[in-house]
Every structure is written in C-alpha cells, then in structure tokens.
Write a protein that binds this ligand. Structure first.
Ligand SMILES: [Zn+2]
Length: 207
C-alpha cells in the first residue's frame, strides 16, 4: 500500500482509504462518499482520497464506477474534485436548511446530462435486439460523474435520506453522514474525540 503516513504526537493520520472507515450512508450513496473523500483531520491535517489520478482511479474502481485500469489523467481527477466541491456545497445547504448555490445545482445537472445514460435499443446481426447503455472508454469519468450526480440528486430529494443527512458533530471533521438514531459523528474516532473534548471541558470548568 502506498499510504502516506504522518506521525503527529501519539496519533497517526493516514490518507489511505482503508484506514479512514466510511461514514454511515457512504456505501449506499456514492455522492456521500465523494463528499467525504477530502477530510479535515485534527492538527490542521487534510486527507484527500482523490489527491492523485491513481488515487481517483482506485476510488472509482472500488465503487464499480470505473474499471481498475481506466488510466485516469489529472484532468479527470480534477473533474471529480470539482464535482465534490459542488456536492459538498449542496449537502451543506441541505443540512443548514439554506438555499443552494445555483452554480452547484447547475453543476450536478450538467454532470447528469453530459453523457447519455438511457439504455438504448441495439440490434446484433446474429443474436438480435438487446439494450445497453453506450459506455465509450473515452467517457469513463463522465459516466462516473453522471452516476454520482444522479445519486446526489436522490440523496437531496429522497425524504428518507434527506431527513437523516447531517454533518459530523466532531470538529474539525467535515464529513457528512446519514444518521442512525442519535449518533452524530461519522466514525468511532470522531465519537471518541468528541467525548474526550466534552470530558476535558467539564474538567476545566470544575477546576
Ligand atoms: Zn467525523
């Protein structure tokens, strides 16, 4: 593994996806996973799972959004990171109950409609008619962006998901999650840090 590890005090921060467990809801919603692919960590650190084209390729392949050998270029990783910022902006607006930035709405709609996603009628000379979604290799990233954008639209509008959408309540974490019950943080690590911060605040208040 080419995980980049940074030692800081007793804690170790890792930019490897395996060491950054996915937040609740990410497995069902690639848009949530995309939004959470850049994480603010304690100590002013930041982990970006789409930092390089190779990382972006791995990230897409792990979600079956691209073949493992897609050969992504920097421009593709940039497109993904750009959609990430727009999706993050929309999720933040939704959580805050604020109007969305029109540019973010446009970006999601553009990503959804840039490539054909309809399953077309095709006719094989030997085997006859069948349906398939055209998926040119030149448009691998555009296809992935379309799938993620459509999922973002679902996530924002489906009542069951939208009602559970929240931001992790453990600063400086900036991830989003779909709440189960009262849990307000994206990971055990964030929950532990929030509890430790509360205990520290109680101690200093009584001292
Ligand atoms: Zn968190």
């Amino acid at each position: 593994m080419d995980a980049i590890r940074t030692m800081r005090g007793m804690e170790e921060f890792v930019t490897d996806e395996a060491a950054l467990p996915s937040a609740p809801g990410e497995d069902e919603h690639p848009a949530l996973a995309l939004a959470n692919s850049a994480v603010a960590l304690p100590g002013g650190h930041r982990a970006d799972l789409l930092g390089t084209p190779a990382q972006a390729e791995q990230w897409l392949a792990r979600r079956d959004l691209a073949p493992a050998d897609a050969g992504l270029a920097e421009v593709c990783a940039t497109q993904l990171r750009s959609l990430r910022e727009q999706v993050r902006s929309l999720l933040a607006s939704r959580v805050a109950g604020q109007p969305a930035l029109p540019a973010a709405v446009t970006a999601v709609n553009d990503a959804m409609t840039r490539v054909p996603t309809a399953s077309l009628l095709l006719w094989d000379e030997k085997t006859g008619p069948y349906r398939a979604t055209p998926h040119p290799t030149t448009a691998i990233v555009e296809h992935a962006l379309a799938v993620i954008a459509a999922d973002a639209a679902d996530l924002l509008t489906a009542p069951a998901a939208a009602a559970r959408l929240t931001a992790c309540a453990s600063p400086p974490c900036n991830r989003f999650l779909l709440k189960h019950g009262r849990r307000q943080w994206c990971s055990t690590r964030c929950g532990d840090r929030a509890r430790a911060a509360r205990a520290y605040a109680r101690r200093t208040a009584t001292d």
